[in-house]
Design a protein around this ligand. Sequence first.
Ligand SMILES: [Zn+2]
Length: 59
Amino acid sequence: MKIAKVKCKNCKAEFEVLENFPKDLLVCPGCESKEMDFEITEEEFTGCGGSCSGCSSCE
Ligand SMILES: [Zn+2]
């Protein structure tokens, strides 16, 4: 699973989601715009790093 970078076209806020995040649910946390750039990176999502007691990304 890779990380996708999302950038708001309106206020330029950037954040990261998983590559399989449904794009139609993307809403900017800053301005609530739905005009987002979505770009999959080469970074692998490594889950919680093992600090949990077995979340879905650790199984
Ligand atoms: Zn925004």
